[in-house]
Design a protein around this ligand. Structure first.
Ligand code: FES
Length: 101
């Protein structure tokens, strides 16, 4: 079961393969917004994946289109609600309240 490391706190949580990253973050006790309840519509769950990008699900069109509307987007940007954990450990960075808006 891969470990998800959440920066900047450094908290870790184990997530079974197939788990949505958003669910893993919430399970860890970290705060993250998810105003559209995981439908790639709001952008409030914008995070950076610092390590392990190749081990998670690829960006689908819906996620890509939403990311294009947000500010502060980079090559590490993902919507946590759209990322499915694979078998590799992942390190993410939370970007703070409404970072992607
Ligand atoms: S929860 Fe709205 S885009 Fe992820």
């Amino acid at each position: 079961m891969p470990t998800i490391t959440i920066q900047p706190s450094g908290k870790t949580v184990d997530a079974a393969e197939g788990t949505k990253l958003l669910a893993a973050i919430i399970a860890s006790g970290e705060k993250i917004d998810s105003k559209c309840e995981g439908n790639a519509k709001c952008g409030t769950c914008h995070i950076y994946i610092q390590e392990g990008r190749k081990g998670v699900s690829r960006i689908a069109r819906e996620e890509s289109e939403k990311l294009d509307t947000l500010v502060g987007i980079g090559s590490k940007s993902r919507l946590a609600c759209q990322v499915v954990v694979g078998t590799e450990p992942v390190t993410i960075e939370l970007l703070g309240f409404n970072s992607g808006l």
